[in-house]
Design a binder for this molecule. Structure first.
Ligand code: ATP
Length: 371
């Protein structure tokens, strides 16, 4: 086990900037998720840690030691990349056992058998050890590839989208399994690359959000969810996505209020670091809003926004209702009962708790202005 320190990595491929000052630290035994869209620089970061990509500048330290002069195969990192390649002529046992037979390790046969059996059982492929890998489903292959990583003692695991080829059901169960393995049985430092925010929120001790080769925020799942530092980070988490309304701030008898550009939405916001007149955007998560259809009292301390139904999308037991309020679109997740009988253009209201809104500067890169 070892801590990983990534400091100011820069990497260009021709003119393309793949990494632009990437820095973060992964503590000893920590499960760290690198989350970002396609092309963000996740794999390049992971390969830089592994020594498979040579950064133009910056450094990687493993267990406090600068790794620049350590060859990839001497870094003692176990890696699983998305394009897993298994040995087609070997069965499952030999594929999982292969890292244990490398010249670096060469474990005795008894220990190899014991480790392979334990790892295969952990991943639910213990009954397939004698099968050729050409007789496996894609999901089983991916588990064998993961087995090949987890089987060996290593300072750290580097996992690049290891669940991406699994169907939705298997993905959910493997995610739970991986969480148990990583947090319980192994406690090995892990860097896990994903573009799936649910995976990151459920697996990670901490998440680093990366976009265009830059780390936007590093924090616990709760921190990135509750206090996203940019509008992009806010919209990277949650489905349906956070709604944004563009507008400005005014001082109304000592109370700072957000007013949308068309004046249709006004909400008191406290603790905001912004200049009056600056263009800002209000972010509201659909699950932080309540649909108010007229029945029942409006709870104290809530704000009411009146609009009309723009789109209804049924999500099983819940319904996503998008309202048009002036020129803005704001979504809410409502119970099926609350949304029953609603149709497009019906008048409805939303209730919001002003403490649950987020204020950002303008645009995707808009910085958090709420404290
Ligand atoms: P994905 O989720 O699609 O795998 P990623 O976040 O892992 O994306 P990277 O693979 O790190 O992104 O790529 C970052 C950028 O660098 C991309 O624009 C990619 O096209 C480019 N890139 C990566 N490797 C190379 C290479 N060997 N040569 C040229 N460009 C590359």
């Amino acid at each position: 086990m070892t801590a990983i320190d990534v400091r100011s990595l820069h990497k260009k491929f021709g003119k393309l900037v793949a990494l632009d000052d990437v820095s973060f630290t992964v503590d000893d035994g920590e499960f760290f998720c690198l989350l970002g869209p396609s092309g963000a620089g996740k794999t390049t970061t992971l390969k830089s840690i592994a020594g498979l990509v040579q950064p133009d500048s910056g450094s990687v330290s493993l267990g406090g030691q600068d790794a620049s002069d350590i060859e990839p195969n001497h870094r003692n990192l176990a890696m699983c990349f998305e394009s897993y390649a298994l040995y087609p002529q070997h069965n499952v046992f030999d594929n999982i056992a292969s890292p244990l037979r490398s010249p670096n390790l060469r474990l005795p046969d008894g220990e190899v058998r014991e480790r392979v059996g334990r790892t295969a059982d952990m991943l639910g492929v213990g009954h397939l050890l004698d099968r050729g890998v050409d007789q496996l489903s894609n999901g089983q292959r991916q588990r064998v590839a993961l087995g090949r990583v987890l089987v060996r003692p290593a300072h750290a695991y580097l996992l690049d989208e290891p669940l991406s080829h699994l169907d939705a059901k298997l993905r959910t169960s493997m995610r739970a399994e991986l969480k148990r393995i990583a947090h319980g049985d192994l406690m090995t430092t892990t860097v896990y690359v994903t573009h799936d925010y649910v995976e990151a929120l459920s697996l990670a001790d901490r998440i680093g959000v990366i976009k265009d080769g830059r780390i936007l925020q590093v924090g616990t799942p709760q921190q990135v969810w509750d206090t996203p530092e940019t509008a992009f980070v806010a919209q990277a988490f949650g489905k349906p996505r956070i709604s944004f309304v563009s507008g400005g701030l005014v001082n109304d008898n000592g109370v700072t209020r957000f007013i949308s550009s068309d004046g249709a939405i006004t909400v008191p916001v406290s603790g905001v670091d912004a200049q009056a007149g600056e263009t800002v955007q209000l972010g509201v998560r659909p699950r932080d809003l309540t649909l108010h259809t007229g029945a029942g009292e409006q709870p104290a301390g809530t704000e009411r926004l009146d609009g009309v139904v723009y789109v209804l999308e049924h999500l099983g037991r819940q319904t996503e209702v998008t309202l048009r309020i002036g020129e803005s679109l704001v979504s809410v997740v409502a119970s099926r009962r609350d949304a029953e009988g609603l149709g497009v253009d019906d008048k409805v209201s939303l209730l919001l708790d002003p403490a649950r809104v987020h204020v950002f500067g303008d645009g995707d890169d808009g910085r958090r202005l709420s404290r």
